[in-house]
Write a protein that binds this ligand. Structure first.
Ligand SMILES: NC(=O)c1ccc[n+]([C@@H]2O[C@H](COP(=O)([O-])OP(=O)(O)OC[C@H]3O[C@@H](n4cnc5c(N)ncnc54)[C@H](OP(=O)(O)O)[C@@H]3O)[C@@H](O)[C@H]2O)c1
Length: 306
């Protein structure tokens, strides 16, 4: 099987390719023939070596966490899956392994996907959907009728968050660049602010800000909060509450608890998956470079061929 891998830390250019022989699953594992994977900014941070204190990886390392594919074999203790099942999931960042034709994972971390869900759509979901769900509802405690400001509403996490917040009955305000305004409205945003030409700090009475960018965007977000306003940030882990407003970081540890719900919402026609672009496994560097621009619209997908 072919896999993208790194033997040293750096930018997307350190990614090379190697072939490895087939491996047998452990008792509680499954072997997945990977059909698609999606790229997350976290993959770039791991490849750069920045995440070693949090998610240490051993070199050589096969990057990628989010994947979909077909179960090709299972360990002796696995009872809820069988060869041929179409599945998706997320491997732990330290394990990686998704940018490859084959992956071995704990069977408990796999979820069967319906025939109506493509491999590309499934691979796009684990981190983006799970993080949005965790940030809005577990950390942010978003309630029906509240006003939520979602920064980067056209991004991987943002495009999911806009839909989830809308479905939960919130008044959704999102930021995006001009070319993505109509798309973000179609996902359920009530208002979209062009962050390049409009000043979001003119907003007020926001109950929850979902910060995806940090820096000055986070700093300026405090001023738009209403009385019980709070901030959930994906990127500033040393955030502290300020002047009665709760500020909390989101630490997305596992997608597994969110996979069934993603399938349920997709099957009910409630969830759109926005795809920026699709690359072949051989083009993994280009896929990573696309995400590194910080301007992907929805998800960047890697499609493996066998
Ligand atoms: N804490 C956690 O557990 C956790 C979990 C998941 C993700 N994250 C982090 O969250 C961040 C976002 O992840 P992602 O997958 O959503 O990234 P992404 O898909 O790469 O985000 C790209 C989007 O950001 C938008 N954008 C760029 N600059 C902007 C600005 N100044 N204002 C508004 N929008 C802007 C772009 O819109 P335009 O093209 O229109 O400019 C683009 O649509 C990453 O740093 C990631 O590592 C953290």
């Amino acid at each position: 099987m072919k896999a993208a891998s790194i033997s040293l830390f750096g930018g997307p250019e350190v990614v090379t390719f190697h072939h490895a022989g087939p491996r047998q699953p452990g008792a509680d594992e499954a072997v997945v023939r990977v059909e698609a994977a999606s790229v997350n900014p976290l993959d770039l941070k791991i490849i750069a070596g920045y995440m070693q204190p949090v998610f240490p990886v051993e070199l050589p390392y096969i990057p990628g966490t989010d994947f979909s594919g077909v179960v090709s074999s299972i360990g002796v203790q696995v009872t809820h899956l069988k060869p041929g099942d179409r599945v998706f999931g997320r491997s732990s960042p330290s394990a990686g392994g998704a940018f490859a034709q084959q992956l071995i994972v704990a069977a408990a971390d796999l979820c069967v996907i319906p025939s109506t869900m493509s491999f590309e759509q499934a691979a796009a979901l684990p981190t983006a959907f799970g993080t949005a769900q965790q940030a809005l509802f577990e950390v942010g405690q978003l309630k029906r009728g509240e006003r939520v400001l979602i920064h980067a509403g056209a991004g991987g996490v943002g495009s999911m968050a806009v839909q989830l917040a809308h479905m939960a009955g919130a008044h959704v305000i999102a930021t995006a660049s001009a070319r993505n305004i109509e798309l973000v409205k179609s996902l359920g945003a009530d208002e979209v602010i062009d962050y390049r030409s409009q000043d979001f700090t003119t907003l007020s009475d926001i109950d929850l800000v979902l910060d995806i960018l940090g820096g000055s965007t986070l700093e300026n977000s405090w001023s738009v909060l209403g009385m019980s306003g709070r901030i959930a940030t994906l990127v500033e882990f040393d955030i502290e509450s300020r002047e009665g407003h709760v500020g909390q970081a989101v630490f997305f540890a596992s997608a597994t608890p969110f996979l069934q719900e993603a399938v349920r919402q997709f099957s009910a026609g409630q969830l759109q998956v926005i795809t920026d672009s699709i690359f072949a496994l051989d083009e993994t560097r280009a896929a990573l470079e696309k995400v590194a621009t910080g301007h992907a619209c929805g998800k960047v997908i890697i499609r493996t061929s066998h």
